[in-house]
Design a protein around this ligand. Structure first.
Ligand code: NAP
Length: 251
């Protein structure tokens, strides 16, 4: 793979996104490090060093997304890799337990405001960024879109009574990831007649702010499938949904 690739990773000021930027840069990719708070993005980019360029992008804000696309267009005129990584697990405060944040919201009692807030980032944010960046990806070289979802959004897995995380399935985060997967399937079908490749990946259960650092894997371990797929060359597959290492997740 040529090392002059141009990438954008959303939600990259911390967690999995920041690790992905770090490893892409180490592999010679020039990466726009997306952050809804520019100062936090700049801090992360300067920590990573040359090759990481902070860019303000809030995936729920159309003006912010359009400005980011305009800047990438102005600076490089194309995008070769988009990693849709930004995500939230709840609209609650940091004092909530992971169980409260991720799993315990029952359909009968979940706050519709919270469902909407989480879906706004995890589902509609992915669609909005896709729509804005597609013209740049069409001008890209061996372009690829990597969508960071989760195995907890697998409808097929959750329909199986023996699935280990089934009790965590609920309308806020897990169903948002199922809906993200549904949008990514539409992305795959729309682009299957083009040269743009699309993949869906799940990090491991990683210790990040998303789960109040309850995840069992390190940032490096949890991020490795995202990095592996993001670095696939032009002959690499499209239309996959995988976790480390290249293990298929049912939709
Ligand atoms: P994280 O450390 O909380 O990172 C999430 C990132 O998304 C942060 O940079 C956050 O920015 C950003 N973000 C939130 N709302 C945004 C918005 N409106 N616009 C732009 N950026 C926004 O969590 P993470 O674990 O690294 O999550 C990354 C991805 O991995 C998510 O899609 C998540 O669903 C997925 N995932 C994580 C796990 C896990 O175990 N950690 C497992 C499966 C899937 P702020 O810092 O400003 O909040």
């Amino acid at each position: 793979m040529a090392t002059d690739r141009i990438a954008l990773v959303t939600g990259a000021n911390q967690g999995v996104g920041k690790q992905v930027v770090k490893e892409l840069v180490a592999n010679g990719v020039t990466v726009f490090l997306g952050s809804r708070d520019l100062a936090r993005g700049q801090a992360a980019a300067s920590e990573i060093g040359d090759g990481a360029i902070a860019i303000q992008i809030d995936v729920t804000d159309g003006d912010s997304i359009a400005a980011a696309a305009a800047r990438i267009d102005e600076q490089f005129g194309r995008l070769d890799l988009l990693v849709n990584n930004a995500g939230i697990s709840s609209a609650g405060g940091p004092d909530r337990t992971p169980e409260e944040s991720v799993g315990s919201a029952k359909l009968s009692t979940a706050s519709l405001d919270e469902i909407r807030a989480v879906w706004e980032v995890n589902v509609f944010g992915v669609v909005a960024v896709y729509q804005a960046m597609l013209p740049l990806l069409k001008k890209g070289v061996d372009a690829r879109i990597v969508n960071v979802s989760s195995g907890v959004g697998s409808l097929a897995s959750n329909a199986d009574p023996s699935f280990a995380f089934r009790s965590f399935y609920g309308p806020v985060y897990p169903a948002s990831k199922a809906a993200e997967n549904a949008m990514v399937l539409a992305m795959m079908i729309e682009l299957e007649s083009t040269d743009i490749k699309v993949n869906l990946v799940s990090p491991g259960y990683t210790s990040t702010a998303l789960n109040n650092f309850a995840g069992t894997e390190s940032i490096e371990e949890g991020s490795r499938e995202v990095v592996r797929v993001a670095l696939l060359g032009p002959d690499g597959p499209t239309g996959t949904f995988t976790r480390w290492e290249n293990s298929t997740i049912p939709w």
